[in-house]
Write a protein that binds this ligand. Structure first.
Ligand SMILES: Cc1cc2nc3c(=O)[nH]c(=O)nc-3n(C[C@H](O)[C@H](O)[C@H](O)COP(=O)(O)OP(=O)(O)OC[C@H]3O[C@@H](n4cnc5c(N)ncnc54)[C@H](O)[C@@H]3O)c2cc1C
Length: 447
């Protein structure tokens, strides 16, 4: 099956919704794609009704007849030039575009430490996402740890749902945090938000210079050993929610051939990537929070839909929020001690069970992949790639299609493309889609 749109937007988080609204005003046919059942992305997970800004965007978009929604639809790769391949729980289909806006967001950075694979240890945003989806934590004792402002938002969500947040452990130093807090005056909305969160979390100890050393338990997490401002402490708990900041989701951009710089999709002042007609907005082009994602989304939507200039307040908001993002980066830079937490047997790649000592002999991500299968499991390096970048300085250098686990039947949805090819064509010929070559060899499924 094939659909077409003038502008396809991948990701219906704040950046994607903003892009859709701005682009739809031009009258262009917009397709908005997201792999979740509801729009809203990470921050508005569970639907836009929980946030006034989100519900306004949502309400406007609902009125626009030229916006077509493809929810629970995951882009798993490219099908041909200007065509994406998507998978839903029921089927696969192709989606053609004239212009493409990537608004694929970010994921958490998880770092390995002894015991981090025990049941009960989760990402910080990971546990928040589960809880927003209805996972019960009432009465549970939870340690929240890692780095960045997300820890406060996570702790607040957990507390609202009746959990006992025992500690928030922030690895950054008091000195850096104090500098960052003073600078919050430049972004009054963020200052207000931080103040509200602190009030809501009054009574929950927030420790700087602090991090998890080890998660303990037999079959299940039972306690956390931690370094709290230079002192080793142990604490019984039911959950440990631990995340070290966010990393841009760049797989689709990489698969399309967009240039990636320092882990994010490179964009110009119009939010256009290194490829013409492909734009990127939100956390994929650099982590900076919801206000930056919204501004970038509007700017990308306007440039993709018409040769006009975005309203000056979006440009000003982007500038302000980019400066905020730089301050965020430096205040929450990861301390070197976190590189020394792994024991030799600590798993780094949990999909393929690759331990820390098996990786130490390797000089690059590629060598580790080839010899140990690190990063070759179902998550395709989304978890261990961020960890090995921090631990060893390795940069993941390639993306294989499909970019996410997919059903064989979805790959076979590309099969009709073969009829467009010369049957005598060399199997190594690259004139068809790279994906077709992956899925089929001369008309037979590749096994
Ligand atoms: C786990 C997590 C929790 C967070 N919680 C908070 C919070 O509580 N408060 C806060 O201020 N900030 C939070 N953030 C930060 C917040 O995500 C950003 O500030 C903001 O939402 C970024 O908006 P975005 O549109 O760029 O990305 P996102 O909101 O991440 O939206 C991207 C969307 O694209 C979809 N997508 C990605 N790839 C594909 C694909 N191949 N096919 C189809 N769809 C795809 C994703 O499922 C997602 O819905 C959180 C981030 C993460 C990772």
């Amino acid at each position: 099956m094939m659909h077409n749109a003038d502008i396809v937007i991948v990701g219906a988080g704040p950046a994607g919704l903003a892009a859709a609204r701005s682009a739809a005003r031009s009258g262009a046919r917009i397709a908005l794609v997201d792999d979740n059942p509801l729009a809203g992305g990470q921050i508005w997970r569970g639907g836009p009704q929980h946030n006034p800004q989100a519900s306004q965007l949502w309400a406007e978009l609902q009125q626009m007849a030229n916006v077509q929604w493809f929810m629970q639809s995951r882009v798993i790769g490219t099908a041909a030039a200007a065509q994406l391949l998507l998978e839903t729980p029921q089927q696969a289909f192709r989606l053609g575009y004239r212009k493409l806006i990537l608004a694929t967001g970010a994921r958490e950075r998880l770092l390995p430490f002894p015991g981090w694979t025990l049941p009960g240890v989760t990402g910080a945003g990971g546990l928040q996402a589960l809880v927003k989806g209805g996972y019960p934590v009432h009465g549970k004792r939870i340690v929240v740890a890692g780095s960045g402002p997300l820890l406060l938002a996570v702790a607040a969500t957990l507390q609202q749902r009746g959990a006992r947040v025992l500690h928030i452990l922030e690895q950054s130093s008091w000195r850096k945090l104090a500098g960052f807090t003073l600078q919050l005056a430049r972004t009054p909305a963020k200052l207000r938000q931080a103040w509200q969160l602190r009030l809501q979390l009054a009574g929950v100890p927030y420790r700087a210079d602090s991090y998890v050393l080890r998660a303990q338990g037999e079959q299940q997490l039972s306690a956390v050993q931690m370094m709290v401002a230079g002192r080793r402490l142990s604490m019984d708990c039911d959950y440990l929610a631990c995340g070290y900041g966010l990393l841009p989701n760049t797989e689709l951009a990489q698969a399309l051939g967009c240039r990636i710089v320092e882990g994010a999709v490179q964009v110009d002042e119009r939010q256009q990537t290194s490829l013409e007609n492909i734009y990127c907005a939100g956390e994929g082009s650099g982590v900076g929070g919801v206000d930056l994602a919204l501004a970038e989304g509007h700017i990308a939507g306007i440039h993709a839909s018409a040769p006009g200039n975005p309203a000056s307040h979006w440009l000003a908001q982007r500038r302000r929020q980019q400066a905020f993002a730089r301050r965020l980066d430096s205040a929450f830079a990861l301390r070197p001690e976190l590189r020394r937490l792994c024991a030799p047997e600590t798993l780094v790649c949990r999909c393929e069970d690759v331990a820390y000592d098996a990786l130490q002999a390797h000089a690059s991500w590629r060598s580790a992949k080839l010899h140990t299968r690190c990063g070759m499991g179902p998550c395709q390096g989304r978890v261990c790639g961020g960890a090995t970048d921090f631990l060893f300085g390795w940069k993941p250098d390639s993306v294989r299609l499909p970019i996410a686990p997919a059903r064989i039947a979805s790959l076979m949805a590309l099969h009709p493309l073969e009829s467009e090819c010369d049957p005598e064509c060399d199997p190594e010929c690259d004139s068809g889609s790279r994906f077709t070559r992956f899925a089929t060899v001369r008309g037979k499924p590749a096994v």
